[in-house]
Ligand binder design. Structure first.
Ligand code: 5GP
Length: 132
């Protein structure tokens, strides 16, 4: 069965899209731990990130870097953190966490409320700043 993220890529489930290219796709996490919390995934469905080919993993990191730079540029972060857990959705993904101040709690599970209109705005701000 296709993962929820494969359904998002196909447009069968809506998302706040950031960017995509032929092989990778990026969108806001629906349960953000900080404003602009973003997921980056390979389009080809693989559960465990370290089962990706070297080429695919390197491509995922390079694509994530471009998204992170867009986050930094558009949201005024001090940097963007990166987390990989992958216990909930069996489709490899990288979490990009905008960090706005030193000491900001950065831990998955610390959900913060972000309104739908702000999610739309964040996706648009980041998306416009990303250079692929
Ligand atoms: P992990 O598998 O690394 O533990 O976390 C999976 C992440 O995917 C979670 O942060 C969760 O909020 C996010 N997520 C799960 N389902 C959806 C969805 O349908 N849309 C979006 N945008 N994010 C999702």
């Amino acid at each position: 069965m296709a993962s929820i993220f494969s359904k998002i890529i196909k447009g069968e489930i809506p998302c706040y899209k950031i960017a995509e290219n032929e092989d990778y796709f990026s969108f806001l996490d629906i349960n953000p731990i900080a404003e602009g919390h973003t997921l980056v995934i390979p389009k080809k469905e693989t559960d465990y990130i370290f089962d990706l080919s070297d080429e695919s993993l390197q491509g995922l990191i390079s694509f994530s870097k471009r998204i992170a730079k867009g986050i930094d540029q558009s949201l005024g972060t001090i940097r963007t953190g990166i987390i990989v857990e992958g216990l909930e959705v069996p489709h490899a993904h990288i979490h990009l966490i905008p960090i706005y101040f030193e000491g900001q709690p950065v831990s998955l599970g610390r959900k913060t409320d972000v309104s739908e209109s702000r999610m739309k705005e964040l996706a648009s701000l980041i998306s416009n700043a990303v250079e692929l």
